[in-house]
Design a protein around this ligand. Structure first.
Ligand code: SF4
Length: 156
């Protein structure tokens, strides 16, 4: 419930090279810190939960862009869940790199940019510093209301 509006299945990937000072999750920087799971294994977990939408976090999912693009593509093809994704890259950096930007069509919301400790603001929803943006990638807030979940939290 902390990783976006309503109930969500959060996938915390291992590995992040942004190394933001004050990162909330520095144990996730190590690319060998987690355990391997296949796209099929993750999809089985996601599809078994009919109430929750999906969040990609970490770590930074864009360092495993092949697998997360395939996972996001299949979530969109096989469920009606929304996907929020956190990344230390900015949207502009992702858009400028075709190897990264191919994940964007399958995401509903991107929370972008590095955490800047000097700008830390605990009043912000779903992000740590105001440079980080909550970007609706398809022009409007997604419908995160799967029946049975709590309503969409108003964003600020
Ligand atoms: S991008 Fe996120 S996970 Fe990576 S170092 Fe920055 S705050 Fe931590």
């Amino acid at each position: 419930m902390a990783d976006g509006p309503g109930f969500r299945i959060s996938i915390y990937c291992a590995g992040c090279s942004h190394h933001c000072k004050g990162c909330h999750n520095p144990q996730s920087w190590d690319f060998d810190a987690g355990h391997w799971m296949t796209v099929d294994e993750l999809l089985d977990i996601i599809k078994a939960d009919s109430l929750s939408n999906v969040s990609f976090s970490g770590g930074d999912p864009f360092y495993q862009v092949d697998a997360f693009t395939e996972l996001a593509r299949r979530i969109k093809a096989e469920t009606r869940k929304t996907i929020w994704c956190w990344t230390g890259f900015t949207l502009e950096e992702i858009q400028a790199d075709p190897s990264l930007s191919r994940m964007l069509p399958y995401l509903d919301v991107l929370v972008d940019g590095p955490f800047i400790l000097e700008q830390r603001d605990t009043n912000l929803l779903f992000r740590g510093s105001p440079n980080q943006r909550i970007i609706y990638l398809h022009g409007a807030p997604p419908d995160d209301s799967i029946p049975g979940t709590v309503p969409l939290v108003p964003l600020r």
